[in-house]
Write a protein that binds this ligand. Structure first.
Ligand SMILES: [Zn+2]
Ligand SMILES: [Zn+2]
Length: 307
């Protein structure tokens, strides 16, 4: 089997894969998901609220600032421990990440670890093999994944302040909304809400589209892809095949031409002493397991590290 046909075979569902959405746990938890749906009605505010250019820039700024807290914080730090920081910075990163209203830090990271453990397998919470809708947003809304996977996040569950923040996960988002309203009134609050919707779908795109569109450099056991467009939209997360290949790296753009803004900002933060010990793959690891070198599925090498 060629590398290309192997990838193709990964895209076809095995017969044992049941359609998602039919089992009890897969059904939408309407009550718990109500804030998510209500937030998506916030563009209706534009009927009454006139946004000036400064509010548009505020929304853009809030989008990229908070995408950074998701990528650098929730993903590269809490999910993968790809660098270190002190306890105060750790709490700040968790708090700021939770202004994105994507549930708690430990909830987010524990489910992301599940994704890497079972990427594109039946146990994966959000494989696009279960359909675009399911991988993009369906899994977040259903009953089955509402709770935190505590067994997968024991390392951070030992910090009571993170457990507290995870329990009261809406608190940072409410604080951010109140601050926006007090500082800039309804237009600033509207900008915050619109950017929150954009942050949702920027983040979710990596779960859905980054396993479907783009190129594959490395042989991995999943369908992850690399894409410049998604890397630009998500400050570096679009190099998703790189990431699945070597998930504990603090950088996801492995080469100078792979733009990874989160990595540049983490480097800057390390020079300022805010973070430390940024992990990177070695040159040897980068050179191994290229898709073009693996012409037979029998040559499928293990990824550079265990999940
Ligand atoms: Zn993935
Ligand atoms: Zn990851």
């Amino acid at each position: 089997m060629t590398g290309a046909s192997y990838i193709q075979s990964m895209s076809s569902s095995p017969s044992v894969r049941a359609p998602r959405g039919s089992a009890d746990g897969d059904r939408i938890a309407w009550g718990l998901s109500a804030p998510f749906f209500v937030l998506h009605l916030s563009p209706l505010l534009l009927i009454w609220v006139d946004l000036e250019a400064r509010h548009i820039w505020l929304a853009v700024g809030l989008y990229f600032a908070r995408i950074f807290f998701i990528t650098a914080g929730f993903h590269r730090y809490f999910s993968h421990r790809s660098y270190k920081m002190n306890r105060g910075m750790q709490f700040a990163m968790a708090f700021l990440g939770q202004t994105c209203i994507q549930k708690g830090t430990l909830w987010w990271a524990s489910h992301h670890r599940l994704h890497h453990k079972h990427s594109d397998e039946i146990a994966d919470a959000h494989s696009p093999k279960d359909g675009f809708w399911w991988s993009h947003v369906g899994w977040i809304l259903c009953h089955k994944y509402q709770g935190t996977e505590w067994d997968r996040i024991r390392d951070f569950a030992k910090f009571p302040e993170l457990v507290w923040l995870n329990k009261w996960h809406a608190f940072p988002g409410i604080v951010a909304m109140v601050v926006c309203f007090l500082v800039g009134g309804l237009p600033a609050l509207t900008a915050f809400l619109l950017s929150t919707i954009a942050v949702y779908h920027g983040t979710f795109t990596i779960n859905s589209v980054a396993h479907v569109f783009g190129s594959r450099r490395y042989v991995t056991k999943d369908t992850s892809r690399n894409s410049l467009i998604f890397a630009l939209l998500t400050l570096g997360e679009g190099w998703h095949n790189n990431h699945h290949y070597y998930q504990s790296a603090a950088r996801q753009g492995f080469f100078w031409w792979e733009i990874d803004i989160t990595w540049y900002l983490l480097k800057l933060m390390s020079w300022l002493g805010l973070v430390r010990d940024l992990r990177q793959p070695s040159q040897e690891v980068l050179a191994r397991n290229r898709v073009k070198d693996n012409v037979d599925v029998g040559m499928l090498a293990p990824t550079a590290e265990a999940s």
